[in-house]
Write a protein that binds this ligand. Sequence first.
Ligand code: SF4
Length: 318
Amino acid sequence: MPTPSHRESQVSLTAVIRAARPSKAPVDPWRPYAFLVEPEHAANGCVEEVATLFLTNRECPFTCLYCDLWKQTLDERVPVGAIPAQIEYALSQLGLEREGGHSVRTIKLYNSGNFFDPQAIPPEDYPAIAALLRPFDTVIVENHPKLCGERVLEFRGLLPGATTLEVALGLETAHPQILEQMNKQMTADDFSAAARWLAARDIAVRAFILLKPPYMRQEECVDWAVRSLVLAFDSGARCCTVIPTRAGNGMMDQLQLAGDFSPPPLSALEAVSQAGLKLNRGRVFVDLWDVEKLFPADGTGPSRAKRLQAINLSQLFT
Ligand code: SF4
């Protein structure tokens, strides 16, 4: 249990983070805010097409320092029926609504928060969601380590027995002080406990790791990312995605101005990709969304980003 003073400082940090925010984007509770199909190196070693649906729902309550996912969220819980309607809409737009009518076997339902938060995804909708997911062999959702419990098993029980459920958990960093400063409201031990709990129930785990979170010096960022990868794999994760930390949520921009944050260089992303794959513990992806912002001035950025994309797909460092 946090002490009263710890609790108070958490409340005030949350208030500071919220006060720094720019406004949210307008979103519709009956439409996902984005959806796409892209290739990914699958657990079976093949490159497969994966559908990702970015569901619109109520904002995550954790208010992490670095998070910008709240931008496409609502202040209120969505009505019962809205999430299945969003999934149905995205699947029909992507041509994936019919079982056997396509080659996409994996779906990610990312909800800018925690799938098993009942204020985000209404549990009343689990049966309808599970029915819509029947065409897929692997279902991936994201969730906070502290929200892994009976609801995960309830949802798992609604999927066909042969379907793999994978839960993506944010570890962010194994650095204990920085993890606490980021207002994630969990420790690395909480992450490990959740990952082990899921793995023990035959639920796959993927982990998100931040490269160069705020307050971390550049010269130590690759080392801490690799230590975080090791911790995630030791806890039962089967694959990890390393995300270059970015500004843009208000708070991170303030930290950047104060000298407490700067984005990692592209060379650090390359180094962690190589070191992560060398571990030979599982798949390691580096997130290339907005990678242009990390490009150096020497014009090498586009070809280096292309190479990282090829490494993501092959899982071979070339
Ligand atoms: S738990 Fe995830 S979604 Fe929620 S605030 Fe933190 S980073 Fe954002």
